[in-house]
Design a protein around this ligand. Structure first.
Ligand code: ZN
Length: 434
């Protein structure tokens, strides 16, 4: 109960005494004294009560209360700060999440735009030059399917040449060696060198014959030897041999030099390169009417170094004996045409190796391009260059039956081509720009 209640009750009490009395009367002195005394007591009580609150004890209590209040305020402040900090962190996290979701959505939209093919444009036209690799998008797989379909169902553009399969052993690129019998040994079309030569080339016998292209090559070689000042004539010691001729050679050398010699140098009949009319054994013929091996003069080295310019290869090189199975013969040259002589030379291959190398280049695999600078590149048929740099070379195996259809995947009007049997199962095709 505080002093306000006390005063109010006193006032009510006095009011009841004054207001509720039916008859007003004048207070007696005694009554006034008591009332006054009661007021003083009330005032004294009020003062005492008030002073008790301001006593040292109460001041100490008040200090403690203030201290407690300060601590409470501190705690409340800390709580408030903590709440503010937590709020800031949550706000930042919320913003980060919103940004992350927004960016994700934008990327998804972009991806969807890429996947969805536009209605009014045809993308595959753009991709024809550079077909997509393995992008797993809808558009690229459609393009790839289209291209695959065209690759398998649409034939390569070009023109076709039919070859009889009997012609597999016909041409400048026939391989004849210890395990490649030459069936045409006795039926090759030949030219007599002595009768038809156009140069100073000499022959060791009246009957010596070669194919016309082979003779042309030796004519040109002889002319060029003259033009560089070679004092010797080019002498053809041996050219074409029939199977009977080869048997005679075999017998002669067997009698003169023994079995080891013929095993190393002389092919058995039907397996000699001399059956083709594409090979000749050459020496120099001096002004003293004597023969001189190529190795005795720098002009011999010049022939070996430059023979590919005439379409000739040194057929049995020293470093390929294990492959050719013929000992090194620095005198035996074989005509294969300039393109393939260059190819053998720049690839560093003997003819056995080259024949096998070309067989690995086909239209359904990779084809070979020897460029004008005699570097090599491979193409699939779909990647063929529009214009041929140098020579395109590939192999077509002979088909079952009597003939083989040979596709040349270029415009017939714009290219030159040669087809030669390889005497090893098929045909070698050589294409160049006109
Ligand atoms: Zn020979």
């Amino acid at each position: 109960m505080d002093n306000r209640d006390f005063n109010q009750r006193n006032i009510q009490s006095s009011g009841r005494q004054n207001g509720n009395s039916p008859q007003r009367r004048t207070l007696t002195d005694e009554e006034r004294r008591r009332i006054e005394e009661t007021r003083r007591n009330a005032a004294a009580f009020a003062t005492a009560h008030s002073s008790r609150q301001n006593s040292p004890q109460s001041t100490q209590q008040s200090g403690q209360q203030t201290k407690t209040q300060a601590q409470t305020k501190q705690i409340e402040t800390r709580h408030r700060r903590f709440k503010i900090n937590v709020g800031i962190v949550i706000f930042i996290l919320l913003v980060a999440v919103i940004i992350f979701v927004a960016v994700n959505q934008i990327n998804k939209n972009k991806a969807n735009n890429l996947i969805t093919p536009p209605d009014t444009e045809t993308i595959p036209v753009v991709d024809t030059d550079t077909p997509p690799e393995t992008e797993p998008s809808d558009t690229s797989s459609e393009t790839a399917d289209t291209e695959d379909t065209s690759g398998t169902e649409t034939e390569l553009q070009g023109f076709h040449v039919q070859k009889q399969n009997t012609e597999v052993d016909f041409g400048n690129l026939v391989l004849v060696n210890y395990d490649h019998k030459f069936e045409r040994a006795d039926t090759v079309e030949l030219t007599n060198v002595r009768a038809n030569r156009k140069s100073n080339v000499q022959v060791s016998g009246i009957a010596l014959s070669l194919t016309q292209q082979t003779l042309d090559a030796f004519d040109k070689l002889s002319d060029d030897l003259d033009s560089i000042g070679c004092p010797y004539s080019l002498l053809l010691n041996s050219g074409y041999r029939s199977s009977a001729d080869q048997q005679e050679v075999w017998d002669t050398y067997l009698n003169q030099n023994g079995q080891d010699y013929v095993n190393s140098y002389v092919a058995v009949p039907w397996y000699s390169e001399h059956h083709t009319g594409l090979a000749a054994d050459i020496t120099f013929f001096t002004e003293n009417y004597t023969t001189m091996p190529l190795s005795d003069t720098e002009y011999g080295t010049w022939i070996t170094d430059n023979c590919d310019n005439y379409g000739l290869i040194l057929r049995y090189p020293e470093n390929k004996v294990e492959i050719t199975r013929i000992a090194h013969e620095p005198w035996h040259f074989r005509y294969v045409g300039i393109t393939h002589a260059k190819a053998c030379n720049h690839l560093g291959m003997c003819f056995e190796e080259y024949t096998e190398y070309v067989k690995n280049h086909t239209l359904d695999g990779k084809i070979l391009n020897m460029k004008s600078d005699y570097t090599f590149e491979e193409y699939t048929a779909n990647d063929l260059p529009g214009t041929i740099n140098g020579w395109i070379i590939y192999y077509v195996p002979a088909s079952e039956g009597e003939s083989t259809d040979i596709l040349i995947p270029f415009d017939e009007a714009s290219v030159d081509y040669e087809i030669s049997g390889n005497n090893d199962g098929g045909f070698v095709v050589t294409v160049s720009s006109k």
